[in-house]
Design a protein around this ligand. Sequence first.
Ligand code: GLA
Length: 713
Amino acid sequence: MAVIHHENLGLFVLQTAKMDYVIHLSETGRLTHVYWGDRLPYPSDYPPPPQNWVLASQHANWPDMLAELPTLGGLQEVSPLLRTTFADGTRDLRLVCHSYKIAENELSFELKDEFYNLSVTARYQVYPDCNLFKRRLELTNTGPEIIKIEDALSGGAPLSVDRGDNFRLTHLSGAWAAETIVEQTALTGGRKVIEGRQNLTGHAHNPFIAIDVNATENDGEVWFAALEWSGNWRLFVEQIRSPFKLTRLGGGLNDFEFGWQLESGEQFETPWLALGYSSNGFGEMSRNLHRYQRRYVLPENFRQELRPVLYNSWEAVTFNVNEAEQLALAEKAAKLGSEVFVVDDGWFGERHHDRAGLGDWQPNAGKFPNGLNPLIQKVNELGMQFGLWFEPEMVNPDSDLYRAHPDWVYHFPNRPRTESRNQLILNLAKPAVEEFIFNMLDDMLARHNITYVKWDYNRIISEAGWNDAPAGRDREFWVRHVQALYRILDKLRERHPKVLFEGCASGGGRADLGALHHYDHIWTSDNTDPLDRLAIQHGYSLAYAPKTMYCWVTETNHNKANFSLRYRFHSSFMGSLGVGSSLNHFSEAELEEAAKLVAEYKEFRHVVQHGDFYRLTPLGRLEGVLAVQYLSEDRREAVVLAYGYRKHFWQNSTRLQLRDLLPEGIYRVEGELWNESGQHLSGQILMSRGILPKLSQGIDSAVVRLTLETPPA
Ligand code: GLA
């Protein structure tokens, strides 16, 4: 049972394999948070619901501090989840719970304002095998007058109360070409907000935060929050001393420039916020999140499928795509073992550079005189699927689409329209724009054998205006844009279930749990330098599953290092493999080597993509050696990838203690190792003494594979 109701105690427990989250419902309809941590054996272990206790007139009541759904109303100290304005100007919101429902893994509370016609459902869904739950709020206007929503977060929760001073915040920050870099900082009093407010998830910060107490990769308590949303978001953590130190985290939509008008009978749903707990450090937290994505988040039609090895020509030729040259590349890509051939930007309209063409989604007649079908057919004959790049939400002013519909972009009437990469953003809140994008893609997919769509989004917003919006609704586009995006993707998937969708925003600008409900995977970063990429991929792994992370082998060399082809491939083995190299410049020997590496990856990709993931070297510290392990769910197969990473000359290697093998099973060990290759060793010794990857000086890498030879007796 994932939801347990102890009626005599007034307690509701969201229970997973290892976690309890406990809420108290009082006789007066008040919901209070009671406990969030390790699963406890007896209900009598749960702390008592907080007593009504005012410490000083400068502080809120203790039960209000621990409210499960704090709203702007009454004595305020913690961040409210909801702020509303009623028709008469009242901004004080008092919700009382009058009923609840339990259905399998779901719990919901029905609340109503004491006076005004607003009802709120607080909904929880529990994922017992992932040690997490998600929650959201659903607001309904049950009266005749408009209610304005000023702020609507999805959820928030105190961590266990009064645990001393050692809380630390971990999150993912970065920039274009440097996404998902791990940041850690000690928490002090006050409120810290990590947010995105540029109409996309963003490169600068990712909607995932973790709070820990002295945790390491394998030990210690970690709580996390991750938002399932690809637009403006905010996650917060706050620490209040009143009188016990209270540490709370939460998040949801960003209230920056936000506003929503709830008319009579209308409903508003916040995105889901995933909340989880691990008492076995960051490693288990990541595995819980990865499992959640593999089992429940990713779109169902490809959820169980391995991601294909793809070739994408962007880095090889940029905008210079044409039938003959793409075909020449496709022939080589097929020899490598690519399973999908993706034509990137440059195939449509007058798209010879980034100054024109976005919006005109018809093949350029000079580049593809007979359309795309002849190329697609040949690609298919070569044994590969065909994929195509789109940036559906964008338009270049130099395009037929913009000339026909200049009012379709975000803008303010008497202001310039600031271009970025020479493009403007289409306003998806407008039904005509949503319809145009859906019809365009639906038609393209119907007329071509395209089974892979790369969906890009290449700028941040400016002049965020919707001046011809229905009265009072001009700030709703922040949410409506993302709702329309998700709707389009869902409809396309329904109509074209054989198409895989890759989510991209100048690399990893749209990597979040919301995107992963609608895209099958993410283009992790435009930075394909194999060394830089390790840091990006390492950070990405904190929250997101390796399967969702595409990694290409290219010639990029920002580090001016002597990268071997082997190293480049090994760096890309960390997730789903792609190749973006200029294959025309490859020698026969290089093509042969690359083909062997692709074949090697295919042998173990099921472990990388569907196995459990372990960081074998410390989180966020990229010095010496970076190593990761993948373990099949039945624990019979493992893959270890190790990279020499800015090593000192005397530091040849690092012994790696493997994780979670069957202690009494005997594994055959093969690969690039100083000692153990070819040996048959017990899981126990592989976990306690470990293995020593063979890494020579400088940039080097090693792949090690373990296969269970003899299962435990
Ligand atoms: C973005 C993407 C790249 C490529 C280019 C094409 O930068 O992240 O992979 O598709 O656009 O313009």
